[in-house]
Design a protein. Structure first.
Length: 610
């Protein structure tokens, strides 16, 4: 959460910092700020509440100069959304700091610093970083040494960049729990919380490891590990498209990303799926030996990724005959759980940086899981680096806060995992062939499904004035109903709940009236007749239904039910296909309601705090 950009250069860096902030804005967007240092030591700070554009407008054509600078876009944790709480934070008009994460012991630090005479001008935890570094500097030594001594006093998570007015030639950065990446330029260097921010200026990156502190000047990068020893970290050449952050002619990133799904799913499958199953080695070195021993799979994730895991459980148990549990990371990490024999821990995450998921992975290692696999969209992210095996979903940068293409590629990955584990578990050839054929048909089926947009745009009109809604599905469509409800909540702010439709009569039927639209996902599968009975239960109580159904499911529109036909697809891919109309529905409802589709209120793309 929050976005950080910094630069040490010879040229004026304000444009680079503002462009970087715009590219990171999806991570946090309640306020933004920049601090700039000129070679003569002049320190300027401009902060604004609201979107990055407010900051850009505030700077306007007034010359804001600095060849060293740090900038931040905020997602508030400690302290409300005010200019005083926006980063960068200063100490004694000398030290400037931007920070992602939470300093958990900030109250005790604050007390100590106040006793030393420091006054606080914000309600943030971040200001304690600025004063602590300043206090350490007073003891003598370099900025680097002051930061090293300061971070030893912090508990919690931080990715932080610190600048000293007395030395405009460098910034010092520290990472613990919140990612930071150094961008290497020619005679200039950069820092950011995400490589996306720096793609316009470089493609060469160093991902800092947990506990690293680094000193960055125009020509040098010195990195020290958690024990203060100098270390070399690998330089990685990024292959992310420079324009991955563009809307490509679409009105919103989310719509662009919805329409990219046939292409990215094709990418996810490429060179991974053979005629008779998945190709060897696609889950990484050693996967084969690990998979041969797996007796249980424990899936851990948050949000949309959790819904991908819930869907996968149906597949892993039904097709691959492997027992599987799925749990929300924030629950798993704080309860005592039993580790099954030969259990594979699978984390799923678009960003690879979700704090709870990462903490769950670290805990699982302590608990003695046999091995860990992550299904992730961001190469080089923390989950990828810390897992034994990694499978990249290749969805490309996802900017819309509400996840779409990352989800469908995660599901695609899980079907491939089902094939791989099934193979080790004696899955019948016929079953394997059916999944392979379904996966091969997936990109084209997604294209066909996207073509039903018009019907959904009309339907969205009927939702715009509703305050509540209910999503129903059965079997592997139940998590899809949950994902549909989450999408609607996230971007249209309509209260949406999802139920396995067999649960209707155990409570939620009480909610049914004409003001409560009921959305049903109804592929033509073995649970169709059961689902139809549930639909009748809703109809009998005067409910208004919107049914996304296979045309062979024989639902007919009438005054209480609107049927939207979804192209016929094979069973294993049905959850992926039925996700599409639900994404489109939430998109068009949000569009009619006029909400901020790509940056919905109170949310952030990458949840790097717990
Ligand atoms: C999990 C997640 C996303 C959601 C939002 C906040 O992130 O809940 O599903 O869309 O962006 O975070 P991740 O672990 O998949 O990156």
């Amino acid at each position: 959460m929050c976005g950080i950009v910094g630069a040490v250069a010879e040229r004026n860096v304000v444009e680079i910092l503002l462009e970087g902030l715009k590219r990171l804005e999806y991570r946090g967007y309640d306020s933004a700020g920049v601090a700039l240092l000129q070679p003569d030591g002049t320190l300027t700070r401009i902060r604004r509440t609201g979107k990055v554009q407010e900051l850009v407008d505030a700077i306007g054509d007034k010359p804001a100069l600095g060849s060293t600078g740090i900038a931040h876009t905020r997602w508030a944790t400690h302290g409300g959304v005010t200019e005083a709480n926006a980063h960068p934070h200063f100490s004694s008009d000398r030290i400037a700091v931007v920070h992602n994460g939470i300093i958990e012991n900030y109250l005790s630090l604050k007390e100590k610093l106040a006793a030393q005479g420091y006054t606080f001008t914000s309600d943030t935890d971040t200001e304690t970083i600025a004063h602590t570094v300043h206090a350490e500097l007073q003891k003598g030594g370099s900025l680097l040494e002051a930061v090293q001594s300061a971070v030893a006093q912090f508990h919690g998570a931080y990715g932080t960049v610190i600048m000293d007015k007395e030395d405009p030639t460098r910034v010092v950065v520290a990472r613990s729990g919140s990612p930071l990446v150094i961008g290497l330029g020619l005679g200039e260097n950069f820092i950011a919380s995400d490589q996306m921010a720096l793609l316009p200026v470089t493609r060469r990156f160093i991902f800092l490891e947990e506990g690293d502190v680094a000193e960055i000047t125009r020509r040098t990068v010195k990195i020290f590990d958690v024990n203060g020893n100098p270390v070399e970290r690998e330089v990685i050449e990024s292959n992310i498209e420079h324009d991955a952050g563009d809307k490509g002619g679409y009105r919103h990133y989310m719509l662009k990303e919805i329409h990219e799904q046939p292409t990215v799913v094709r990418n996810a499958l490429q060179n991974r799926l053979g005629e008779h199953g998945v190709l060897p080695g696609i889950f990484g070195e050693g996967a084969q030996e690990i998979f041969a021993k797996v007796q249980h799979v424990q899936i851990i994730a948050c949000g949309t990724s959790y819904h991908a895991g819930m869907t996968a459980r149906y597949w892993l148990e039904q097709f691959a005959n492997v027992s599987c549990n799925v749990e929300i990371a924030s629950e798993f990490r704080y309860r005592k759980s039993v580790v099954h024999d030969n259990s594979l821990l699978v984390t799923i995450s678009q960003s690879g940086e979700t704090a709870d998921t990462l903490a769950a992975l670290r805990l699982a290692k302590e608990l003695g899981y046999m091995a860990s696999l992550t299904i992730c969209n961001v190469p080089g992210s923390s989950l990828v680096r810390e897992s034994d095996l990694a499978f990249m979903t290749r969805a490309g940068a996802e900017i819309g806060v509400a996840s779409t293409k990352a989800f469908t590629t995660q599901l695609t990955a899980f079907l491939m995992l089902t094939l791989a584990l099934g193979e080790c578990n004696g899955m019948e050839a016929e079953q394997t062939q059916a999944i392979v054929a379904a996966l091969n048909s997936l990109p084209a089926k997604l294209e066909e499904t996207l073509a039903i947009t018009q019907g959904i745009e009309d339907l969205a009109e009927e939702f715009a004035d509703k305050h509540h809604s209910l999503f129903l599905g059965r079997g592997d469509q139940y998590p899809i109903a949950m994902e549909g409800a989450l999408k609607l909540k996230e971007i249209s702010y309509i209260h949406a709940e999802a139920y396995a439709s067999g649960e209707l009569k155990h409570g939620p039927l009480a909610l049914i009236d004409e003001e409560m639209p009921v959305i049903v996902v109804a592929p033509n599968n073995e649970l169709l007749e059961k689902l139809k009975s549930n639909v009748e239960e809703v109809r009998a109580r005067g409910g208004i239904m919107y049914v996304f159904a296979d045309k062979d499911a024989h639902f007919a529109s009438d005054e209480t039910m609107r049927v939207i036909n979804v192209p016929h697809c094979e069973g294993p891919i049905a959850p992926i296909i039925y996700t599409i109309p639900l994404q489109l529905l939430s998109y068009y409802v949000a569009l009619i309601k006029g909400t901020d589709v790509d940056q919905p209120r109170n949310l952030a793309k990458s949840v790097t705090v717990e």
